[in-house]
Design a protein around this ligand. Sequence first.
Ligand SMILES: Cc1cc2nc3c(=O)[nH]c(=O)nc-3n(C[C@H](O)[C@H](O)[C@H](O)COP(=O)(O)O)c2cc1C
Length: 333
Amino acid sequence: MTDLSTTYLGLHLKNPLVASASPLSKKIERVKRLEEAGIAAIVMYSLFEEQIIHESLELDHYLTRGTDSYAEAMSYLPDSGTYTLLPDKYLAKVTELKKAVNIPIIGSLNGVSKGGWVRYARLIQEAGADAVELNLYYIPTDPAITAQELEDAQIDLVADVKSSIKIPLAVKLSPFYTSLPNFTRRLVDAGADGLVLFNRFYQPDFDLEELKIAHTLDLSTSNDLRLPLRWISILHGQLNTDFALTSGVHTASDVIKAMMSGANITMIASELLRRGPERVPDILSELQTWINVHEYTSIKQMQGSMSQTSVAEPAAFERANYMKVLSSFRDLP
Ligand SMILES: Cc1cc2nc3c(=O)[nH]c(=O)nc-3n(C[C@H](O)[C@H](O)[C@H](O)COP(=O)(O)O)c2cc1C
């Protein structure tokens, strides 16, 4: 058997297939099935800044209702057995998952602003997580905010979170930055031990009959792999950090491409949500077969072999490729 092991955020993983943040981690039984199926680690569904702030505002409201005194107000709280805050449930889930399985559990925080919620990174650490993934999910809509301001704020946030924990920190981000190489370098300088490329932004649709916004979540296909593949290829060798590829990982070929681009691991959600944990052993055995047939000795041997610094045609990742692709299109007869 060829060595499928890899490392990510200082964690030794038996293979490069990691369950991405999603409902896959909501049920203990499913997490156990994923572990049995061979998944190497689990990223938990996110704890959202909004959930924490919402809960603390509710608590605030509760505490101040009818009295100005904090001590008195505390007596309004139902006993702790019946009153649990949503974030507390999340932290309890981290601990529960850690006890249930032996693979690494990565906690996930989703937020963009600095504030009290950032301390939850430390609480996730205390709950037993092996690492924290911070998902910077933000859609700027205000023309007054400059790219510089936005990026500076996100860098500060990453530095803040990093300074509050001892376990490794990964940052998950979107592809929508003007100069991704510069921004990612700043993230690494601010303390990101790994970069998770990319978030899939869910685009709202219009319901033409009801004239309202339709919220539908489409699962990915292997075509979605191309974007993170290109960017990890470009960034690998330029940044001293680990890479996780997320979006469009469905087959062993997708995993191999990701490894060759320079990713340490792949994260997979849509495929397992659609077809169940049973897909894990299939993908791993196809991976094993491909590696044997092509005479690689390990996953590590292929990592980065197709990155921009390694390939014979580095321009393929840049603008030069555009004209080539356009001219390769076969027009209608
Ligand atoms: C139903 C669903 C829920 C998700 N929830 C989260 C989440 O809580 N936090 C997060 O960072 N990403 C979340 N994601 C994004 C996935 O982690 C992943 O990055 C994305 O789906 C792309 O991977 P895929 O192509 O394997 O689906 C979610 C995705 C799906 C489909």
